[in-house]
Design a protein around this ligand. Structure first.
Ligand SMILES: [Zn+2]
Length: 149
């Protein structure tokens, strides 16, 4: 299942990516372009814009909740995301699939504490951001666990 989140749904986009779902997001995009991508790329558009949703003829879901956490819960329930989730496999920033990287290769870029306490790392091949199972991960995991019940 692939998504395209409309502007104003950037917060929710991060959670969808954290759950491992391919989710496109643009700060600025015209409706026509959204429709074009949704068709060519077979994506479900998540939006709060009813008029846009009608133009997408079923390839769309109208998000009702206002708060980010409520929105992601709503989507998780609607699309039964729990079954297909694969958390922490995708870059939160640009949606790219993460790759494993040896600690030795990124050692000079790690904060001291991370260097000391963590052994398993992933890297985004596009933006080169490094991911590890640290406190940020624990916080995010708690939220994700509460979402996909
Ligand atoms: Zn990235």
């Amino acid at each position: 299942m692939k998504f395209l989140a409309d502007v104003h749904l950037g917060g929710m986009t991060k959670y969808l990516r954290a759950l491992g779902f391919d989710t496109l997001y643009f700060d600025k995009i015209e409706d026509n372009k959204i429709i074009e991508i949704a068709k060519s790329d077979d994506r479900i558009v998540l939006t709060k814009d009813r008029a846009l949703c009608e133009r997408l003829k079923g390839r769309c879901y109208l998000v009702k909740s206002k708060k980010t956490i409520e929105q992601i819960k709503e989507i998780a329930k609607k699309f039964k995301l729990k079954n297909d989730a694969s958390p922490f496999t995708r870059c939160l920033k640009d949606n790219t699939l993460l790759e494993h990287v040896d600690k030795s290769e990124v050692l000079d870029r790690l904060p001291l504490k991370v260097k000391k306490f963590y052994t398993s790392f992933k890297i985004c091949p596009v933006c080169k951001r490094i991911y590890w199972l640290g406190s940020h991960y624990e916080r995010m995991k708690k939220v994700l666990d509460s979402i996909v019940v």
